[in-house]
Design a protein around this ligand. Structure first.
Ligand code: ADP
Length: 480
């Protein structure tokens, strides 16, 4: 506010001073113009009343006419008459105090034949306007005549104007300061309001939205962006909050089981066999615990760039067959048919461990989200239209994903929450890891899904090092 006021006051002060100077200049030239016009008239009168005979000036005024006498007396107040060489014929005291013209100057003006106006100050500093020029006589001789008029009255008027203006100026500037302060206050008031509203937004209050003013101006734009930002922050907060709940839930289940097994081993196991069984069960749960912790650690390493990929040309079909083999037992247990179709010689230029993880995450999801009696088909082939891309498809006849959730399933910790998926356990990390692996290989992933019908995940991976590969046939990595 202070800075706005200062700029406003500075701007208007400069403007006021400028306007003052302009007025002064205009007033001065207006008044001087009037004097000039009078001087022109007097010049005409001088020509009529002045006769020069044998280098002697004779003023032919009717001395009985007071008006004429006065005119002649006026003409002779500031006056100089010389011959064409500059020889002085007659001059007034006042003119002498302005400084007599040099003979060269006089000769130049007489020769040019054009009268000239000039301004000169007398010893007291009073300015005079002088008209000087050639005056021809009846005898054919040429003379030099200069007539002057004081500009003192003009200067006094202009000075009086400036004095009043300057006296008024501080008052005007003070008024401007006040006005500027009020105006700047009005300008920053809405910004302050927004800032106050923004201060109310905290981690636990991210649903708060700043009300728009309805002016559809820059500030409303800012409020919009701010509200969108809080909405995004709210989503992230919500995801993290849900994630903490999920993690604790995921960790609590095996922990409770381990505790139960240990208690059995300590207090109720009678035989070595019973003791052994309790230990084996506890170990399985410990294994589950460590796999959760491993997944979290891996994802954070991947996202912070600590995982280095060892890329090589891989037989993608063979890897897919291996992974599918590992999932045959869980699929059978669940009553889901799992099959794989491979086009021989499909190569992917990729990191083996990560590609295994990618396929295993997709197949594991397919098994998880496909109810009894369903089918899962994994296919591997070279992309028919883009020969230097390998295509991997995991299609199931499972619960499917609602269209409104499709764009988020690759987000960290995101899980679809509905009647079908609520009972299925998971951390919402599997697909974010898949997305990271695809993007780290410069590939792409797409998903087509119909709730109740099934889903199809389509992954494209390059089959040669990046330099020789044409751009991805699908949108950028992890695009849906
Ligand atoms: P989760 O541990 O929950 O499986 P993911 O990141 O692997 O986490 O998947 C995110 C969400 O995407 C899942 O919660 C699920 O709702 C949905 N999803 C993933 N794969 C499938 C699929 N094959 N069929 C139906 N929904 C799926």
């Amino acid at each position: 506010r202070f800075r706005l006021t200062v700029s406003y006051v500075l701007f208007f002060s400069v403007l006021l001073v400028g306007i003052g100077m302009l007025f002064r200049q205009t007033l001065r030239s207006q008044l001087d113009g009037e004097v000039r016009a009078t001087l022109e008239e007097e010049w005409g009168a001088a020509k009529a009343y002045l006769r020069i005979e044998n280098k002697r000036p004779i003023w032919v005024a009717d001395s009985s006419d007071p008006e004429e006498a006065y005119i002649v007396e006026r003409l002779r107040r500031v006056y100089l008459l010389t011959d064409s060489t500059g020889y002085l014929l007659e001059y007034s005291e006042t003119y002498a105090s302005l400084g007599l013209d040099s003979p060269q100057e006089i000769q130049r003006i007489v020769k040019s034949g054009k009268p000239e106006f000039r301004e000169r100050n007398d010893k007291a500093g009073i300015p005079f306007l002088i008209k000087a020029g050639e005056l021809p006589s009846k005898e054919g001789e040429r003379y030099f005549l200069a007539l002057g008029r004081s500009l003192e009255a003009n200067q006094r008027t202009v000075d009086a104007f400036m004095r009043r203006y300057l006296l008024l100026l501080p008052g005007l500037i003070a008024l401007m300061c006040l006005l500027g302060w009020l105006l700047a206050g009005r300008a920053v008031h809405p910004v302050n309001q927004v800032a106050q509203a923004a201060e109310g937004v905290t981690g636990s209050n991210l649903s708060l939205r700043i009300p728009k003013r309805g002016a559809d101006d820059e500030l409303d734009h800012l409020i919009d962006s701010f509200n969108q930002m809080t909405a995004r922050l709210g989503q992230s907060f919500e995801q993290i909050r849900r994630f903490s709940t999920d993690v604790s839930h995921e960790l609590r289940t095996p922990l409770t089981a381990i505790r139960g097994q240990l208690e059995v081993a300590l207090f109720t196991a009678q035989t070595t066999e019973q003791f052994r069984e309790a230990m084996v069960n506890a170990l399985e749960d410990v294994e589950r615990l460590s796999s959760i912790v491993r997944a979290l650690l891996l994802l954070s390493q991947a996202e912070s760039g600590q995982l280095v990929l060892q890329k090589a040309a891989l037989d993608l079909g063979a890897i897919a067959e291996d992974v599918v083999d590992q999932f045959q037992i869980p699929a059978e247990e669940k009553g889901v048919e799992l099959s794989v179709h491979v086009q021989a010689g499909t190569i992917a230029f990729a990191d083996k461990t990560q590609v295994e993880r990618l396929i295993s995450n997709l197949v594991s999801n397919a098994v998880k989200y496909t109810p009894r009696g369903g089918r899962i088909q994994v296919s591997v082939m070279t992309d028919p239209t883009h020969q230097d891309w390998a295509r991997l498809e995991v299609a199931d006849t499972g619960v499917g994903i609602p269209a409104e959730n499709l764009s988020q399933i690759f987000d960290r910790f995101y899980r679809v929450r509905n009647a079908e998926t609520n009972l299925i356990q998971g951390l919402g990390l599997g697909l974010s890891f898949v997305a990271w692996i695809v993007s780290a290989h410069g590939g792409s992933i797409n998903v087509e899904s119909e709730p109740g019908e099934g889903s199809r995940f389509i992954v494209h991976l390059p089959s040669a090092p990046p330099t020789s590969v044409t751009p991805s046939p699908e949108p950028a990595a992890a695009a849906v």
